[in-house]
Design a protein around this ligand. Structure first.
Ligand code: ZN
Length: 161
């Protein structure tokens, strides 16, 4: 049964409210995570609590319980000179920065227009209601090492990083 300190393997599909598929994992290559560690979005983690191997469930996760609401203040235009002179700034590049809120956000470079660089610190899935369809493939006790690291390792707890 899924509870804290178990390693859970899931097959799933993830769709947005328009029915577009945003991600999936099949049973041969499932998503594995350490339950209770915040490795997956909170709304999904809570809904999986108590499920058993073979259980299937459709789970709808609000932005608040998913990747967060979209924050317009995190979309901004910055000047090229804020970056290291030798940095090759390209759309899609990501970096972490604290913009004065005391919290680091991961920013993605959206567009580069001369010396103006448009960046967005929102998660690409922020503001989206997430529709998961999951099946529990495996549940096992976490190894001591996994608990120390705060994440799942490979099959059977094999250390692969
Ligand atoms: Zn580890």
């Amino acid at each position: 049964m899924i509870k804290d300190q178990t390693v859970v393997s899931l097959s799933y599909s993830l769709k947005n409210s328009e029915g577009e598929e945003l991600g999936r994992a099949d049973a041969a290559q499932p998503l594995s995570y350490l339950h209770g560690s915040g490795q997956i979005v909170p709304g999904l983690e809570q809904a999986l609590e108590g499920l058993k191997v073979g259980d299937k469930k459709d789970i709808t996760v609000s932005p608040k319980e998913g990747y967060g609401e979209t924050i317009s203040n995190l979309k901004m235009k910055v000047e090229r000179k804020l970056f290291p002179p030798d940095a090759d700034i390209q759309p899609g590049m990501q970096f972490r920065a604290d913009i004065g809120s005391g919290k680091e956000h991961t920013f993605t470079v959206m567009t580069v227009e001369g010396d103006d660089i448009n960046i967005d610190g929102n998660h690409p899935l922020s503001g989206q209601t997430l529709h998961f369809s999951v099946e529990v493939v495996e549940v096992r006790e976490a190894t001591k090492e996994e608990l120390e690291h705060g994440h799942a390792h490979g099959p059977g707890g094999a250390h692969n990083h």
